[in-house]
Write a protein that binds this ligand. Structure first.
Ligand SMILES: *Cc1c(COP(=O)(O)O)cnc(C)c1O
Length: 425
């Protein structure tokens, strides 16, 4: 007798018995949009297929970890070749040097690099370095930005005003965020001289897409310099995505430290923090600031990262921006024609969708867009039409280099259908 066909529902039921929420990262559970997640069986290029054989045009792309599209032949070959030579040693390897050299060459000012395994580790370690180097404790972050799930950076903010952090999760001690000040995005805060660092997403992409207001990043740089605080760009999404040198290159503002992730692992667990030589040399084993990792600089992950960066030249970035620009214009027009009010901000290869009458510049406005309640219908309407966008209103769309004009046209047409339904209520 044949095995019964596997279904998303059956797999999700099993998953929920052995994994909290059935997932290994909360947004994947579809809780904020309802319904059952599709379990991916495989992906190729712009598409993924679930365990039932349904095909989706994929704008999730692992939340930006995949920029060439899925299973790019160059990445597959690099990882396969690396795997045959052994997957981890606990001794340094050549590709760690090559990847650090590649990062330093692309990002002026990122003179030295430490590889880690996730964006969370990168930001957590950068903050430790900033505190160790300045001898100060206070950290300033912006409401609506995301810097991973370490205690000190899981701080919730107030409504459009500067507040000392309140724990944004159960299990985060008040003490862990008592030195974290949360301020509104796109306003330069007046800093006191006890600030170790200001951590910012130079293009915010975890509250939908919120580009920096003119002068915001320059203002942060000047204010940090005024009080001797370090400026940390969390470029886990924007790094190697918005340009060769990331957002620092696009806006011409140089931070003291960078955090990278997503794109540089080529779909494998790899992230990094980097910065000025005089700061990075304070890390162990050269200096007193401790940081370590059994799998850091992993041979498979560095192989994937190098393969991806090797294909990301200026032509690739121009192409990505063209793809995102076409998609954004198409989505905006389709929604407009359907009578649905949207904002579709675009920043290079990134784009977001807000249900709002005017441009969204901070978390308050982003929350108001989510509060319209349109997102779940938008997301599920697209999913029914074979198009996957993230199951959360605060995520952005990640078109990849594999998204074709035909893919974009199909997306715009589906958005038009879905928008008409939403506008009709
Ligand atoms: C995804 C993300 C992180 C966390 O990275 P993980 O690899 O998920 O730990 C940190 N900062 C930003 C801006 C991110 O988008």
């Amino acid at each position: 007798m044949a095995e019964p066909p596997i279904t998303n529902d059956a797999l999700f039921a099993r998953a929920q018995r052995v994994a909290p929420g059935g997932v290994n990262s909360p947004v994947r559970a579809f809780r904020s949009v309802g319904g059952t997640p599709y379990f991916v069986a495989r992906g190729f290029g712009s598409k993924v297929w679930d365990v039932e054989g349904n095909e989706y045009l994929d704008y999730v792309q692992s939340y930006g970890a995949s920029i060439l599209g899925h299973a790019h032949p160059a990445v597959v070959a690099a990882v396969q070749a690396a795997a045959g030579d052994g997957s981890t040693f606990g001794a340094p390897t050549e590709r760690e040097v090559l990847l650090a050299e590649e990062i330093a060459a692309r990002v002026p000012g990122a003179e030295m690099v430490r590889l880690v395994n996730s964006g969370t580790e990168a930001t957590m370690s950068a903050v430790r370095l900033a505190r160790g180097a300045t001898g100060r404790d206070r950290v300033v972050v912006f409401d609506g930005c995301y810097h991973g799930h370490s205690d000190g950076l899981l701080a919730g903010g107030g409504s459009g005003v500067a507040t000392l952090g309140i724990p944004a999760s159960a299990g985060v001690p008040a003490a862990a965020v008592s030195s974290t000040l949360v301020v509104p995005y796109n306003q330069v805060p007046a800093l006191s001289d006890d600030v170790a660092c200001v951590v910012v997403e130079p293009i915010a992409a975890n509250m939908g897409l919120v580009p920096p207001a003119p002068g915001f990043l320059e203002g942060l740089r000047a204010e940090c310099d005024r009080v001797g605080a370090l400026l940390v760009f969390d470029e886990v999404i924007t790094g190697f995505r918005v340009a060769r040198g990331g957002a620092a290159q696009v806006f011409g503002v140089q931070p003291d430290l960078w955090c990278f992730g997503k794109v540089i692992g080529g779909g494998l667990p790899l992230a990094a923090f980097a910065g000025r030589r005089d700061l990075m040399t304070q890390l162990a084993p050269l200096g007193p600031i401790y940081q370590a990792g059994t799998l850091s600089g992993n041979p498979l992950a560095t192989a994937a990262g190098l393969a991806v960066l090797g294909l990301l030249d200026d032509t690739a970035y121009a192409e990505l921006a063209t793809i995102a620009g076409k998609l954004a214009a198409g989505i905006a027009a389709a929604c407009h024609d359907a009578g649905l009010q949207v904002q579709v901000p675009v920043a290079g290869p990134l784009l977001g969708v807000f249900f709002a009458a005017s441009p969204v510049e901070d978390y308050e406005a982003s929350k108001a867009s989510a509060a319209t309640g349109h997102y779940p219908g938008f997301m599920h309407g697209l999913l029914e039409r074979g198009i996957a966008v993230a199951p959360g209103a605060y995520e952005v769309l990640f078109p990849s280099l594999a998204h074709s004009d035909a893919d974009l046209a199909r997306t715009v047409e589906a958005v038009g259908d879905v928008a008409a339904g939403l506008a009709a209520g």
